[in-house]
Design a protein around this ligand. Structure first.
Ligand code: NAD
Ligand code: DAU
Length: 352
């Protein structure tokens, strides 16, 4: 593949920042354009270590702004788009669905239209990559795995909006022959995740001796993947994935929330020098999430067999690294958890 100019949307967020770092460091001859609106979830601190590299550029703007998106296409003439920008938190989608429709659906169509227009229907060497979620498949019972052919059955405004993006991207493939790939990944964990999501929220609360709010009975199951492994998979799929294909990505790493929190508490207590299990006393059962999906689990054999991707880290190792990162970077956490985050937290948890 020739040297690429790639627009990565959402590159200042959790997964996006790991992907931007990987690509900037791995491909010195590419140009990596990070297009991000810097919403509450975007943070340029995540990219301090690479911000001065000559092959990296940051453009602040909104993917729903057609004029802005068009100007970026004109300015950089990209070979590919890796699209991650999104509203990504299920709980926020329950209290404010419209922002998910706007960013996730309207934003994706705006990017697709800009790509179609700018590439002038000559798609040689071009690629639109939609980074999506396993939540589009709905929920599983005690057994079974999501495969690439599992029917879509999204059940939250977030997952419905992400399912729409997949449908729209496929529609541009079938209708206009635009080259596309899609990947659907399970729950990511690791450094730089916004502390509204389970793992960083709980690390922060344990550190400050605040209650650990477990939704419902805590027996919900997620399939956890180290975020850098997701970035490696995206890089591989961008370069080697087949046009029009979908790839499921997951860690073969299922945990119930209660077991995961047990592991997390053990690790945080150890690293804080507290007696083992001390912070279990912070566990508080709260009202369940509306429409809470019971279990997600991914069959990642296609990306493994076709492209040779396998996750690199076991959960115990990944959790130790994750906890260490947050405890070593409490200033990152503190700057995020002041101000508007505080209001979100009160609305989300005080009445539960
Ligand atoms: P995140 O919330 O941490 O980051 C989202 C980023 O998008 C932020 O930097 C934000 O500023 C930016 N953004 C939001 N609205 C924008 C807009 N209108 N214009 C431009 N930029 C905007 O999200 P994440 O957890 O890193 O997820 C990234 C992508 O991966 C999302 O599409 C999500 O659906 C998908 N995904 C996430 C997970 C996960 O476990 N976190 C798993 C599978 C798939
Ligand atoms: O599966 C992929 C998805 O994983 C991504 O598409 C989403 O962007 C990402 O946010 C994540 O969604 P989840 O809803 O699974 O993640 P979250 O961290 O919000 O919750 C994980 C589990 O923990 C879920 O069963 C709800 C539960 N939970 C969460 C919070 C925030 C609690 O019990 N208490 C909490 O306070």
């Amino acid at each position: 593949m020739k040297n690429q100019t790639i627009i990565i949307t959402g590159g200042a967020g959790f997964i996006g920042s790991h992907l931007v770092r990987l690509m900037v460091n791995k491909y010195p001859d590419y140009k990596i354009v990070n297009l991000d609106a810097l919403t509450y979830a975007g943070n340029l601190e995540n990219l301090r270590d690479i911000e001065n590299k000559p092959n990296y550029v940051f453009e602040r703007g909104d993917i729903t702004d057609a004029d802005f998106v068009s100007s970026i296409f004109k300015k950089y003439n990209p070979d590919g788009i890796i699209h991650l920008a999104a509203e990504s938190h299920v709980d926020r989608s329950i209290s404010n669905p419209m922002s998910f429709i706007q960013t996730n659906i309207v934003g994706t169509v705006t990017l697709l239209n800009a790509a179609k227009h700018h590439w002038a229907d000559n798609f040689d060497g071009k690629l639109f990559y939609n980074v999506s979620t396993d939540e589009v498949y709905g929920t599983l019972g005690d057994t079974g795995l999501f495969t690439e052919t599992t029917s879509y059955d999204p059940r939250s405004p977030y997952s419905a909006s992400k399912a729409s993006t997949d449908h729209l991207v496929r529609a541009y493939f079938h209708t206009y022959d635009m080259p596309i790939v899609i990947s659907n990944c399970s729950n990511n964990y690791g450094p730089n995740q916004f502390p509204e999501k389970l793992i960083p929220l709980f690390i922060n609360n344990i550190k400050h001796n605040k209650p650990l709010p477990i939704y419902g009975d805590g027996k919900y199951t997620r399939d956890w993947l180290w975020v850098e492994d997701h970035a490696v998979a995206i890089d591989l799929i961008y370069h080697k994935g087949k046009n029009g294909e979908t790839y499921n990505i997951g860690g073969h790493n299922e945990w119930t929330n209660l077991d995961l929190i047990g592991l997390l508490i053990k690790e945080v207590d150890k690293q804080l020098g507290r007696p083992e299990g001390k912070s279990k006393e912070l566990i508080t059962y709260v009202k369940d999430r509306a429409g809470h999906d019971r279990r997600y689990a991914i069959d990642a054999s296609k990306v493994q067999n076709d492209l040779g991707w396998v996750p690199s880290l076991q959960m115990e190792e990944g959790m130790a690294l994750t906890v260490k990162w947050y405890l070593d970077n409490m200033d990152w956490m503190d700057s995020i958890t002041s101000g508007t985050y505080q209001k979100y937290y009160e609305n989300q948890y005080e009445k539960r």
